[in-house]
Design a protein around this ligand. Structure first.
Ligand code: ZN
Length: 70
């Protein structure tokens, strides 16, 4: 999940913008989400594609919901 890097919680994060990229009009290739923390005002960008690649920037951080080796 995504949480605020300043507040160390996802409680105040809101997705302010979400964009989905399509390929050939149907397949979802990449999703880009813009986050804003309503507590500290921090913003961040998180994007991921269907081949498992993801990138994150700004005042947000990604935490693992479950171990990768589970
Ligand atoms: Zn925050």
């Amino acid at each position: 999940m995504i949480e605020c890097d300043n507040c160390k919680t996802a409680q105040f994060l809101q997705i302010t913008q979400s964009r989905v990229y399509f390929e050939d009009g149907e397949m979802i290739n990449e999703i880009s989400e813009k986050y804003e923390c309503t507590l500290c005002g921090g913003t961040g960008m998180y994007s991921y594609s269907d081949d498992g690649e993801s990138s994150i920037s700004g005042d947000i951080t990604k935490t693992k919901e479950r171990p990768e080796f589970a």
